[in-house]
Design a protein around this ligand. Structure first.
Ligand code: HEM
Length: 457
């Protein structure tokens, strides 16, 4: 008698809540931190979640597991596909955020050099000037949301240093239109409009007149912004400036291996991409840095001391890193799996999403003892290498944030400018809670502060 050889046991799916997707979505939207911490406690470092309208997802909460997901950027998963659904209406079809495969790689090779450390090294002085002009406009003695003021600075950095806009009228129009475009483009009313209705509103002459429709408002704003961007691109083409350092000028000169430059449409899409990915994120990161600094007086005092001495910026750099660790702006960097992914004894099927949950990876007590404490010293001295290893506010793998060096430079320069010009206090002692805004976590009240000008030292 022959006995059938035992079949290899099928790896189990990652564990997770059995609540209906609607309820899981509602719980996550209401309190993302609490919901993910509870899942981590109950199911371990890799758990499954189901959100309404999305494929099932495994979220991982350690750096080792995250690296397994990032490794798939070389083949086996797509990041662009995950982002396309939300971003394509704004960033178009030729965006580093939403492309995958060879077209993505071509764009990545063209966009990386102008955003690299050496290329942006000279931006420091210009960022300081932009910050100083904006800080001078902030109210004194009355509470306001610091994040709004920070966003004016980071928008100007993109418009003037990345797009290289000199024309003051065009600059003024873009300063007004872009925040509106981004607000309407990311509004729940637009994101929840069914694709068929959205397609109809784009075609129908009648819908184009119904300005109360979110899709119509979005299209009108987008057209107005596009007109200005195409005008800027053709101005740059017609009047190239020798030695210009803005990113657009460098992109106009860039060519791929076949000698093909980016077309106007590709340039437009990439400019909007850099704006969408780089302006609110950096302002939010700075808002969190101040939210933490104002509630950790000993860290603020140590930072002020270093800035006063003016001989080193080591502690400033560590403060920036600790702010991005303790309050990462982008909480998750998911990929769509093209092939099954083994995670320990679990197997995640193709077609699922797999996301490093950055907000919990940064709270792993094995890597960051006392993770709730705001302690820049983690990134200095003997512990620095360990802290750095688990630090991933800019994601990882081949899709690592292309603007990370610019963001870190902005954070250092703007923090320094604010602290040397202003005394700041938080009108409320309680910490601000994180609130979900698209794919980011923002301070619930935009970091409320009261400022007073410091006498020149
Ligand atoms: C503190 C500010 C910022 C944070 C926290 C941040 C975070 C991130 C994260 C988490 C990703 C996804 C990485 C992944 O999937 O593994 C990303 C991608 C990206 N970021 Fe940033 N970012 C910031 C600033 C910027 C700036 C200033 C720019 C450009 C001016 C920028 C441009 C981009 C682009 C184009 C991508 C897509 C890269 C690709 O898929 O190849 N970001 N960023």
């Amino acid at each position: 008698m022959t006995t059938a050889s035992p079949r290899p046991a099928r790896a189990a799916l990652p564990p997770g809540s059995r609540l209906p997707a609607l309820l899981q979505t509602a719980l996550f939207l209401a309190a993302p931190g609490r919901a993910s911490r509870r899942a981590r406690r109950r199911y371990g470092p890799a758990f499954a979640v189901r959100f309404l309208g999305f494929p099932p997802e495994v979220m991982v909460t350690t750096a080792e597991l995250a690296e397994k997901i990032y490794a798939l950027d070389a083949g086996g998963a797509r990041a662009g596909e995950v982002r396309r659904q939300f971003l394509e209406p704004l960033v178009g079809r030729h965006s580093l955020l939403s492309l995958d495969g060879d077209p993505w790689w071509r764009h990545r090779k063209l966009l990386s050099p102008p955003l690299h450390g050496k290329a942006i090294a000279r931006y420091g002085e210009d960022i300081a000037k932009i910050a100083a002009a904006e800080i001078a406009r902030w109210p004194q003695g009355t509470p306001f949301a610091l994040r709004d003021g920070l966003q004016n600075i980071t928008l100007d950095v993109i418009l003037r240093l990345v797009f290289g806009i000199q024309d003051t009228a065009r600059l003024a129009r873009l300063r007004r239109l872009i925040p509106e475009l981004i607000a309407v483009g990311g509004s729940p009313a637009l994101l929840l409009t069914p694709p068929r209705i959205s397609a109809w509103t784009q075609r129908s002459p009648l819908a184009k007149r119904l300005t109360f429709l979110p899709t119509t408002r979005f299209l009108r704003l987008k057209e107005a912004v596009d007109q200005l961007l195409y005008a800027e691109i053709s101005h740059h083409r017609a009047h190239p400036v020798e030695g210009a350092t803005d990113v657009l000028s460098r992109l106009l000169e860039a060519q791929d291996e076949d000698g093909t430059p980016l077309s106007d449409e590709e340039l437009r899409d990439e400019l909007i991409t850099l704006l969408e990915a780089g302006h609110e994120t950096t302002a939010t990161a700075l808002a969190w840095a101040f939210e933490r600094l104002l509630r950790t007086p000993e860290v603020l005092a140590a930072l002020r001391k270093e800035l006063k001495q003016g001989t080193s910026e080591r502690y400033l750099e560590a403060v920036t890193k600790e702010a991005l660790r303790s309050r990462p702006v982008v909480y998750n960097a998911p990929r769509l799996l093209d092939a099954p992914l083994k995670l320990g004894r679990h197997e995640v099927p193709a077609g699922w999403r797999a996301g490093p949950l950055i907000s919990l990876i940064h709270r792993d007590p094995e890597v960051y003892p006392d993770p709730e404490a705001f302690r820049p010293e983690r990134f200095l001295g003997d512990d620095a290498a360990r802290a750095q290893k688990g630090w991933m506010p800019f994601g990882g793998g081949r899709r690592y944030c292309v603007g990370a060096q610019l963001a870190l430079l902005e954070m250092r320069v703007i923090t320094r400018e604010i602290l040397t010009r202003l005394d700041l206090t938080a009108p409320e002692a309680a910490a601000e809670l994180p609130r979900l805004r698209h794919v980011t976590l923002v301070p619930a009240h935009g970091t409320r502060v009261v400022t007073h000008r410091r006498p020149p030292s």
